[in-house]
Ligand binder design. Structure first.
Ligand code: SF4
Length: 474
């Protein structure tokens, strides 16, 4: 069965899934008739933006087959789209499944589905089969496009439906998707990762890098723009190595140039950029392309060459700082943000000082700082020189203080300027204000109304409050 399925072209696969949607629609309609009410669903997303985008596909298909979105997990079809980057993300899912067990006792017809990275991890499916018998459906990251078919099977089955694949090089396009925001959207440009950083589980659960064809990416963005989207975030674990394995290779810089030509699109963002693959041509493309936001998220992870090598990052401090210099030369006001891990196995105070030095030298606009957490299944988890918790905590606090002081300083530099802001919503605490984002990702609150959501306005940044601005329409 699997071999036959793998021989279908992506177009044939997509058609097949639409047929399953038709079938599922009938099954859902029958059930609704029986119960005398609409059926509901709820999708909970853990983890990164790639998972968020995958969840939009699940929501799209569930809506297409007739389910209505519920506010919480008390629904007829509950899905957890899981993440496995950190071990405590797994624990959260196990905990929530415990809660769903008692809910399902009272509502035995509820379907519980699990998908995402955690399902790709060794031993997880076996654990579900043995200990979580109330789960109905388990699938992985490689066959999410088969969700309509799997939903159909689950609706007709009394037992557990499991379909988790180790690999898949097929990318199936054109399936329904329901976006969370009307005006901005993530767009996957590639899947998987080839890098094997020693602390990271992603290559083991997401598989090897596969890039989407540029024409498919462009077509998707054109459709999004026609549907009211003005900002896209191009997504991949390592966007800088986009296109290397395509039949007709294309660089990420050239993809940006193509996306920049799309009429009606106003802002282009991307993540994540691995420093080892960041080319001079990409920096040039950022300078040339007026729609590409002046923001680069460039994970540092550590400022120590010794630690970077053990992390298997394939760059050193000098190369990293050189990229930063070139970026600032090309795009003078660029915002640079980063990720830093503190307490990687074997990290000494000297290594940590190296990290602090890079933080001071670069002057990040913001930084996500993480305490190293052991991830079973990675090389780093087997290293025997784990740093004691109190030492890590002390370093983490020192780093956080440095990072926060610098980013508050950096944010201030725009005070008094007039800059374009994309309005994202009504302010959560004061509904006379709207909240939006600058190109550099900083948040701005200013007087406004709901009809401004999704549009770009020139706003005077009157007062910097550290990590956000209060402004007024210019
Ligand atoms: S680049 Fe490294 S950290 Fe990022 S997903 Fe790949 S292996 Fe993980």
């Amino acid at each position: 069965m699997r071999d036959f399925e793998l021989n279908l072209t992506p177009e044939e696969e997509s058609l097949k899934q639409y047929k399953y949607m038709e079938k599922a629609k009938l099954l859902v309609a029958e059930k609704e008739k029986e119960l005398g009410r609409k059926l509901t669903f709820h999708v909970t997303t853990f983890g990164c933006q790639m998972n968020a985008r995958d969840s939009e596909k699940l929501v799209g298909i569930l809506s297409e087959i007739g389910y209505v979105e519920a506010e919480d997990e008390r629904a007829d079809f509950v899905i957890y789209n899981t993440c496995t980057v950190r071990e405590n993300a797994d624990n959260k899912v196990w905990g929530r499944l415990g809660y769903l067990k008692s809910y399902k006792k009272q509502n035995p017809e509820t379907i519980i589905g699990l998908c995402g990275c955690m399902m790709q991890e060794q031993g997880v499916v076996e654990k579900i089969e043995k200990e979580y018998k109330h789960v109905n459906l388990v699938f992985g990251t490689h066959n999410i496009y088969k969700f309509a078919e799997l939903a159909c099977k689950t609706l007709q089955s009394k037992g557990l439906v499991v379909d988790v694949w180790k690999e898949n090089d097929k990318i199936v396009e054109d399936l329904p998707m329901k976006r969370k925001f009307s005006f901005k959207s993530g767009v996957n440009i590639m899947f998987g990762c080839d890098n094997f950083c020693s602390y990271c589980i992603v290559p083991y659960v997401r598989g090897r890098e596969k890039s989407r064809e540029p024409k498919d990416i462009i077509r998707e963005i054109e459709r999004l723009v026609a549907d009211g989207v003005c900002e896209v975030m191009l997504l991949g674990q390592n966007v800088n190595s986009y296109g290397k394995n395509l039949e007709h290779p294309m660089s990420f810089a050239d993809l940006l140039r193509e996306v920049n030509k799309i009429e009606g699109l106003e802002r282009i963002r991307f993540m994540t950029s691995h420093p080892k693959d960041l080319s001079d041509d990409l920096i040039l493309a950022m300078k040339e392309c007026d729609k590409v936001c002046g923001h680069m998220h460039l994970p540092l992870q550590s400022g120590s060459d010794r630690i970077l090598e053990i992390m298997n990052r394939h760059y050193d401090k000098a190369k990293y700082l050189d990229i930063v210099r070139k970026l600032r030369e090309a795009v003078p006001d660029i915002a640079i943000t980063t990720d830093i891990i503190v307490g990687f196995p074997g990290e000494t105070e000297e290594d940590f000082q190296e990290t602090l030095n890079v933080v001071k030298e670069v002057g990040y606009d913001s930084a996500f700082t993480f305490i190293y957490s052991k991830r079973t299944g990675t090389r780093a988890a087997k290293m025997d020189n784990q740093v004691p918790t109190d030492v890590v905590k002390d370093r983490f606090n020192r780093l956080l203080e440095e990072v926060q002081t610098i980013s508050a300083e950096r944010a201030k530099r725009h005070e008094g300027k007039v800059m374009p802001v994309l309005v994202e919503g009504i302010n959560e605490h004061d509904n006379s204000l709207v909240t939006g984002r600058l190109e550099n990702n900083l948040v701005v609150h200013f007087k406004g109304t709901e009809d401004m959501i999704g549009k770009i306005y020139n706003v005077k940044l009157s007062e910097c409050k550290g990590f956000y601005y209060l402004g007024e329409l210019a």
